[in-house]
Design a protein around this ligand. Structure first.
Ligand code: ATR
Length: 283
């Protein structure tokens, strides 16, 4: 019989996940007794692994690449933001025994941008690169901050067009391919939601596309600045940051859903940043 509540992150691969560390820090900080594990779960065993986890007394799960769409299918109820994203990063066992699916990624990005980095979104022109699952997860939260407009650019233009059509009821959104950027300039915020950083690549951006003093935000993060963060640093960005803060903020929202408590995210972000700087100076 388990006495401590169990949580986990499922993904494949999962070895480098920072989620166990973050949730243990939240638990320490808020005095919660819980366990949080990282479990490698391939897509074809996802549903069975969720069932086994719940049968063993598990209370909640985070799901990451490549499982967010499967988690969306597996959830018995969805929050509005998960319904819009068609992707779930947080599953919570409710008191009636049903499984609630939420998507806290967009909330995490919005909080990191506006609270931690003090970026004002209202009235701004935003360029979003990529039209995959990561973009799906953030669009409704971005529109919640009332930007002037969002332009969605993707290598495969059809995917950007389809996504723009799907989300156009939420706010002003247009779509196109990278060639369209050559006639455009002055974006206040560029968000890299492509998978390019994972292979240390850079989407093909023309030099003038960011407003001088604008902001670059990479949803990816790593021990070194990503290629996109470096691009921002050399193309006039006042701030060019990666998604470590978003990672902590989305985790905090999952923790709140499970435990009813909001941890102090700034303390955890500062700690992870200090560790990262130490790691960078040693390597
Ligand atoms: P995720 O769930 O992380 O969004 P995904 O659904 O596979 O992953 O989407 C990856 C996104 O990154 C896509 O928009 C992809 O562009 P295509 O749809 O044209 O494939 C984009 N992407 C991946 N590598 C890229 C690169 N080197 N440059 C630009 N875009 C890239």
């Amino acid at each position: 019989m388990q006495t401590i509540d169990h949580y986990a992150v499922f993904g494949y691969p999962i070895g480098h996940s920072k989620s166990p560390r973050i949730h243990r820090l939240f638990a320490q900080q808020t005095g919660q007794d819980l366990e949080y594990a990282a479990v490698a779960v391939p897509a074809d065993t996802f549903s069975a692994s969720v069932s086994a986890f719940l049968a063993g007394g598990g209370k909640g799960l985070n799901c990451t690449i490549p499982l967010k769409e499967l988690a969306w299918q597996r959830a018995e109820q969805l929050t509005e933001r998960a319904r819009l994203a068609k992707a779930v990063n947080t599953l919570a066992l409710q008191t009636d025994g049903t499984l609630l699916g939420d998507n806290t990624d967009g909330f995490g990005l919005a909080n990191d941008l506006t609270r931690n980095h003090q970026v004002k979104i209202s009235g701004t022109r935003i360029l979003v690169l990529g039209a995959g699952g990561a973009t799906r997860g953030i669009l409704s939260a971005l529109f919640g901050l009332a930007p002037d407009s969002v332009l969605l650019i993707n290598r495969t233009v059809e995917k950007a067009d389809n996504l723009a059509q799907e989300f156009c009821h939420l706010g002003p959104i247009r779509s196109g391919g990278y060639a369209d950027l050559h006639n455009l300039s002055g974006f206040d915020l560029i968000i890299n939601a492509t998978a390019s950083s994972l292979s240390n690549e850079l989407p093909p951006l023309p030099d003038h596309v960011l407003r001088d003093g604008g902001v670059c935000y990479d949803l990816a993060y790593g021990n070194q600045p990503t290629a996109f963060v470096r691009w921002g640093q050399t193309h006039g960005a006042a701030k060019s940051v990666d998604g470590l803060g978003m990672l902590v903020e989305q985790a905090a929202e999952a923790f709140r859903l499970w435990r009813g408590l909001s941890p102090d995210t700034a303390a955890v972000i500062n700690l992870l940043n200090r560790e990262r700087n130490l790691h960078a100076s040693e390597s």
